[in-house]
Design a protein around this ligand. Structure first.
Ligand code: ZN
Length: 365
């Protein structure tokens, strides 16, 4: 929720220690929202992953690092004058961060696939997305609209999609770091905040980023002593938990296949020190092309991750030698096949099979 320009403003108007707390809010939200590995051994987040999700303002990573990019409205859902404009920013944030999560989470290191292509980047991107989500609650009038309608504020229908029809009347405050430390033009030097025509409010007067901001400090009518800041933070925390389960399921689905356990990939993503083998059938026999073997089953090449078959070898007699099997798909013995297209395959029990004319799939070679 912090913005450096606004932080500078508050540094002038509140005791210095508020500024440090201010910068920690996003980290506190993520810490409170995500289940930890100590209580959820499979579904929780470990300390290394949590640190990468939180990130740092110094290198622009994670939920903290988003504040390094004050000019990117989508990272903070800033300066959206209408529901449609909010949805544009929500879509921008989703389309910016989710591909980074998926790219970074891509399993690596065949044949076990214990590794991710770029775990730190994927976790940092998740933190950035969580930042944008949290900022929606502190930068918009979502809470105020619900209270004005005598409703208990709930979670907004944003991420993964955004329907501006459900956000009627919602806007965020105008914020532009070019307009001085508070990000808002004023009527005169030191005068009243005066946003550009399209905007109803400035970020300065609308934000609930801290307990010391103008709106954040105000008690919520009917919910005293809760302040707008307290409520924005509570909703952001609840929604961040939901975002976590959503992103986990997207990662799991993205990488689930005949050969990979997508849930395992999600566990390795959110537990940076886990390194669980995500290859399905990791009870496979391991070998390497050209090396000695003695099995009748299809194995996996430890260097390439490819399926290999143990065949007769004069050199290693009575053992065999691993060769590339050109194994495609999984079939049962006796199942029909087309010798023009089908060559070698394997049964669900890893028995190598060949497509034989008029006989279908048969054990071999
Ligand atoms: Zn922000």
């Amino acid at each position: 929720m912090a913005t450096t320009a606004a932080a500078a403003f508050f540094a002038m108007s509140v005791p210095p220690k508020a500024q440090a707390f201010y910068g920690d809010d996003h980290a506190l939200i993520v810490r409170a929202a995500l289940p930890l590995v100590q209580s959820s051994p499979d579904d929780g987040v470990d300390a290394t992953a949590l640190n990468q999700i939180i990130g740092s303002l110094l290198d622009g990573t994670g939920t903290r690092g988003a504040d390094l990019f004050q000019f990117d409205a989508f990272r903070h859902i800033d300066s959206a004058a209408s529901p449609a404009e909010i949805c544009v920013l929500v879509a921008e944030a989703w389309d910016f961060y989710i591909p980074q999560v998926i790219r970074g989470a891509a399993p690596a290191g065949p044949p076990d696939f214990r590794l991710l292509s770029n775990g730190p980047q994927a976790r940092s991107a998740f933190g950035g997305l969580a930042h944008a989500l949290a900022d929606f609650y502190s930068h918009s009038n979502w809470i105020e609209l619900a209270i004005a309608a005598n409703l208990r504020p709930g979670l907004a229908p944003i991420f993964p999609t955004c329907d501006d029809g459900f956000l009627a009347g919602v806007h965020t405050g105008y914020f532009n770091p070019m307009s001085g430390v508070d990000g808002c033009p004023s009527t005169a030097l030191g005068g009243e905040p005066d946003p550009p025509e399209r905007f109803e409010e400035c970020h300065l007067t609308l934000n609930k980023d801290t307990a010391h901001s103008l709106r954040g400090d105000a008690p919520v009518p009917g919910m005293s002593p809760m302040t707008h800041y307290d409520l924005a933070r509570a909703l952001a925390t609840r929604h961040t938990t939901e975002l976590y389960w959503l992103v986990r399921s997207i990662v799991a689905r993205s990488f689930s296949s005949e050969d990979l356990d997508g849930e395992c990939v999600a566990r390795n993503l959110f537990q940076a020190d886990r390194f669980e083998p995500c290859a399905v059938h990791n009870d496979r026999i391991r070998g390497a092309v050209g090396e000695r073997c003695s099995t009748t089953l299809v194995g996996v090449d430890v260097n390439t991750g490819e399926y290999i078959v143990c065949v007769y070898s004069r050199e290693y007699r009575p053992d065999g030698v691993w060769v590339t099997g050109n194994i495609v798909g999984v079939h049962n013995i006796g199942e029909p096949c087309d010798p023009k297209i089908d060559k070698a395959s394997q049964t669900p029990d890893y028995i190598p099979i060949l497509c034989v004319v008029d006989q279908g799939w048969q054990p071999g070679p």
